[in-house]
Design a protein around this ligand. Structure first.
Ligand code: IPE
Ligand code: IPE
Ligand code: MG
Length: 243
């Protein structure tokens, strides 16, 4: 553990969402195969989860596999599925002991039966934990999520008048989770890549050039410190203007 973070509790984000990007470039810069980068990325995820618990972040959402990532070469897709399975096998007990509640956002249908079962079992095992809620976005896409929500609303016979912002939020995979306060993207790209496009309407963004496997506790603490200095106006006017 490093220096304690000195952020007043009211300036701490309750929900941090992370686009864990740059595993491939991390590997390339070391002359290693891309999958080695993904493995290093999952090692780093352990550290980031533990730092989140330490910092007192209540909700952590991580983007692990997008609906568009199926378009990668089959060997990489297969490798990513294996890594996800291994992570559940290796980490679940410890995460459970630490009071982490696992949730999945996205679609499970396209995953293998074995992986689907592992995910559902992990969610079931940890459902009463509340130290940290960890949403894993795996086969997740923001547009797909909205399509799925509309389909469900229609099936439920929701009338035109009933549709509003709150109702739509309740039909998303993230129902019941507060919107992310802070979205962190590693490795420099300035785009959402279809991550939480509805929920992040008023999130603060933090982008670092650091590749995901190198995004350590200190970098995380720095992102939180920068977030704490932001003036979130939500379309209004800063308090200092009110006399
Ligand atoms: C992020 O790293 C992990 C996944 C998308 C699964 P990338 O694999 O996108 O790494 P880069 O962007 O190619 O460096
Ligand atoms: C976003 O990264 C998806 C994940 C981190 C899981 P990508 O690497 O897929 O995004 P693009 O292709 O650079 O937009
Ligand atoms: Mg990428």
């Amino acid at each position: 553990m490093g220096e304690p973070v000195q952020i007043p509790p009211e300036k701490m984000p309750q929900h941090v969402a992370m686009i864990m990007d740059g595993n491939g470039r991390w590997a390339l810069s070391r002359g290693k195969p891309r999958l080695a980068g993904h493995r290093a990325g999952t090692e780093n995820l352990r550290r980031v989860i533990r730092a989140s618990v330490e910092f007192g972040v209540k909700y952590l959402t991580i983007y692990a596999f997008s609906t568009e990532n199926w378009g990668r070469p089959p060997a990489e897709v297969k490798g990513l599925m294996h890594i996800f399975e291994n992570v559940i096998d290796k980490e679940l007990d410890e995460l459970h002991e630490e009071g982490v509640q696992l949730r999945h956002i996205g679609r499970l249908e396209k995953l293998t039966k074995k992986l689907r079962k592992k995910v559902l079992d992990a969610v079931e095992l940890t459902k009463d934990n509340n130290r940290l809620i960890l949403n894993i976005a795996f086969n997740y896409g923001g547009r797909d999520e909205i399509v799925y929500a509309i389909q469900k609303m229609l099936k439920d016979g929701i009338s035109t008048e009933e549709v509003n912002i709150e109702l739509i939020s309740q039909y998303l995979f993230t129902a019941g989770t507060p919107d992310p306060d802070l979205v962190i993207r590693t490795s420099g790209e300035l785009r959402t890549s279809n991550f939480l496009i509805w929920q992040s309407a008023y999130s603060e963004w933090y982008v670092t050039p650091t590749f995901w496997p190198d995004f350590d506790r200190e970098e995380y603490a720095k992102a939180l410190a920068i977030y704490a200095q932001r003036d979130r106006r939500f379309g209004g006017v800063s308090e200092e203007y009110y006399e």
